[in-house]
Design a protein. Structure first.
Length: 322
């Protein structure tokens, strides 16, 4: 078990697009360009990054450039404990096979960089309608076909092969909660993990993805209570959420971890009680997302300190549901 001061907490790289303002790709920029971005992350207080592949795709770097990137991590004082592959579903109806191949290729590259966790999901590329919204989650996105036994089994088979390949490198695989996919509810996510049946494949209980939806949702306490025993990595973010029972309208917007709808003081206690000992990753959409993530890291360390001092014996979240 880590201590609060050395618990690995990584910064997501959501704020940094993969295409530069001049139209060039981050993949092709000189190493100094990578260093400028990573120094910015280091300067706000992070010593670790989640290599979000919307910024840089390690699997697509030639060997000499992957070595350059590894040097950049060292010189900027950062580690990369996690590689997140985003919107690259292995059961995408068009690109699933290519996404599966890309994910397998990513494992060796991630291991070269010292990553011990590969974070994956079943969410697909944003739709045109989502791209037009201020907050993309206010429009419906593509999802997995409900009740389709063949697609479910394909997800199980491909994640199982990914998990086995990752195990060859001593790596964990973590599957992210996301609406309208087979990871869109707590029960479905747990069933998927159990069907895959590998010790190194678990859940990333990013419950923020679900509480931001402008629709009725599962209790966040119940989601975490069911998924935390399977959790091996955790992307944390929070949202303000308001529901009007008279009209049925729902609104949400990003919030700092301490201020939003999810009570992370309870959630972290629950996680440690369930035995969680993995990497946290701070995410935030909108505004100075990196700066808010740095605030969230500082807050998270106070929660870890409190939970560790108390022995993580607080009541389970399930018992706090009103």
């Amino acid at each position: 078990m880590y201590e609060s001061t050395n618990w690995p907490i990584a910064a997501a790289l959501l704020q940094f697009p993969g295409t530069k303002p001049d139209g060039t790709s981050v993949q092709d920029e000189p190493a100094e360009g990578w260093a400028q971005t990573l120094r910015e992350v280091r300067n706000v207080g992070f010593d670790a990054v989640d290599l979000t592949d919307s910024w840089l795709k390690p699997a697509d770097l030639p060997a000499h450039r992957l070595a350059e990137f590894q040097d950049v991590l060292k010189t900027t004082g950062l580690t990369a404990p996690v590689l997140s592959i985003v919107r690259t579903s292995v059961v995408d109806p068009v690109n699933g096979a290519a996404n599966f191949d890309y994910t397998l290729r990513s494992i060796e590259a991630a291991a070269e960089l010292g990553a011990g966790t590969l974070s994956l999901g079943l969410h697909q590329q944003l739709t045109p309608a989502q791209r037009q919204r201020l907050w993309f989650w206010t429009a419906d996105g593509a999802g997995d076909p409900p009740g389709d036994a063949d697609t479910w089994q394909l997800a199980v088979q491909r994640f199982r092969e990914i998990g086995r390949r990752a195990a060859d490198y001593g790596m964990l695989v973590s599957l992210e909660l996301y609406e309208d996919t087979y990871l869109g509810t707590a029960d479905s996510a747990v069933r998927l993990i159990e069907d895959i049946g590998l010790a190194n494949v678990g859940i990333n209980p990013d419950v923020g993805n679900l509480v931001r939806l402008h629709r009725p949702i599962e209790s966040w306490q119940e989601i975490l209570h069911k998924t935390l025993p399977y959790t091996n990595y955790w992307q944390v973010k929070n949202y303000f959420r308001d529901e009007n029972p008279d009209t049925g309208s729902v609104t949400s917007s990003p919030a700092p971890l301490e201020l939003g709808f999810i009570n992370y003081r309870q959630a972290v206690r629950e996680a440690l009680s369930a035995g969680f000992n993995g990497v946290f990753c701070c995410e935030h959409y909108g505004g100075d997302g990196l700066g808010v993530s740095a605030m969230n890291q500082r807050y998270l360390r106070t929660l870890l300190e409190s939970a560790l001092q108390s022995g993580s014996t607080a009541p389970y979240l399930k018992e706090t549901v009103s």
